[in-house]
Design a protein around this ligand. Structure first.
Ligand SMILES: [Zn+2]
Ligand SMILES: [Zn+2]
Ligand SMILES: [Zn+2]
Length: 333
């Protein structure tokens, strides 16, 4: 029996054209789901805690007062993932073989953004200032990677709680710099183009207008952003945070303070009203390369309260058991 490649590899499904990342080495990473006992608390065995900087790969960037690198005193720290699903090497143009067995090295970058120095305190529990520092770090990293010219898409996510697939409890986000545009974003790009073909108008701007008009699914809003449970939510308590002004890319956003304020309120309410549910959020933004197409960036947040079954995984048909109108009312209070 062969074990397959130890280096991360991309393999392309010949029917759907979707890329799959094969990352066999990642099975060796430490797990401390929930954190209880295993790595819990400052001074435990958690490699993301302040004072244990030598246990992670060297820092790419950090927010810290004063001088230094890979030492305590930071509020945000960014470093390459020690167990990456991408090879942390630049993509190289080149062949990937022919269908039905196309493959290539999983070139790209997988970074960890530790966005709280406190092991058991999330950025939104610390406050809007910490959430702003986190969002500014996201923006800086995308801007830096956009400048390279060899990355096609940067996907930034948060996995919160063991049920949200977080392998370590210490609050952190992750960044995936990919050599391809992910299928979910391609589908959205096609959707933006076909919803209002040939027009300057934008379907997400239209949806925002409608959500604000009806108000039944709006959770909260401020001058620059609206948080709402989308009309066709896939999952119970799914929430989107969308800039009011039409903006193609997250890294072009100049009102992150407003976003930090809204995110802080919304995430704290999630914890209170839904009893600290496991969740994932991700930012959908415009690709780093390619011709200009209509797009409006946004953040999607999904609590992981249900397990997708055969209909969801096999047919891509989502069954939502909580009406978005009721979800919005519950989170709004
Ligand atoms: Zn920790
Ligand atoms: Zn728009
Ligand atoms: Zn989206």
């Amino acid at each position: 029996m062969t074990e397959g490649p130890q280096q991360p590899q991309l393999r392309r499904d010949p029917i759907t054209s979707q890329w799959v990342i094969l990352a066999a080495g990642r099975g060796k990473r430490p797990h401390a789901p929930g954190g209880a006992g295993a790595g819990g608390g400052q001074g435990g065995s958690c490699p993301f805690c302040e004072g244990r900087e030598s246990e992670t790969p060297p820092e790419i960037s950090a927010c810290r007062q004063g001088e230094g690198c890979d030492c305590p005193g930071w509020t945000i720290r960014v470093f390459p993932n020690k167990f990456p699903i991408l090879a942390n090497i630049p993509p190289e143009p080149g062949g990937s073989g022919d269908p039905p067995v196309q493959q290539m090295p999983a070139a790209g970058f997988h970074e960890v953004i530790v966005d709280s120095p406190e092991h058991a305190v999330t950025p939104w529990e610390t406050g809007a200032g910490q959430v702003l520092a986190m969002l500014e770090t996201y923006r800086e990293r995308i801007t830096a990677l956009r400048g390279r010219g060899d990355i096609k898409y940067v996907h930034i996510i948060r996995n919160h709680g063991a049920g949200g697939a977080a392998s370590l409890e210490h609050p952190h986000s992750q960044l995936f710099a990919l050599p391809f545009i992910p299928a979910a974003v391609e589908t959205e790009l096609d959707g933006f183009a076909s919803a209002r073909p040939g027009e300057a108008a934008c379907v997400l701007c239209d949806l925002l207008q409608e959500e604000e008009r009806s108000g039944e699914r709006v959770v909260d809003a401020n001058a620059d952003f609206v948080a709402f449970a989308p009309f066709a939510s896939r999952l119970p308590y799914e929430l989107w945070i969308v800039p009011r002004r039409h903006q193609q890319s997250f890294d072009g956003c100049d009102c992150l303070e407003s976003m930090a304020e809204l995110m802080t309120v919304v995430l704290n309410r999630y914890g209170e009203r839904l009893d600290d549910p496991p969740f994932n959020y991700w930012i959908h933004t415009y690709p780093l390369q390619g011709e200009s197409r209509p797009y409006h960036w946004h953040l999607e947040l999904v609590p992981r309260l249900t397990i997708p079954g055969g209909l969801e995984l096999g047919a891509g048909v989502w069954v939502n058991t909580v009406a978005p109108e009721a979800a919005a009312a519950a989170i709004r209070g």
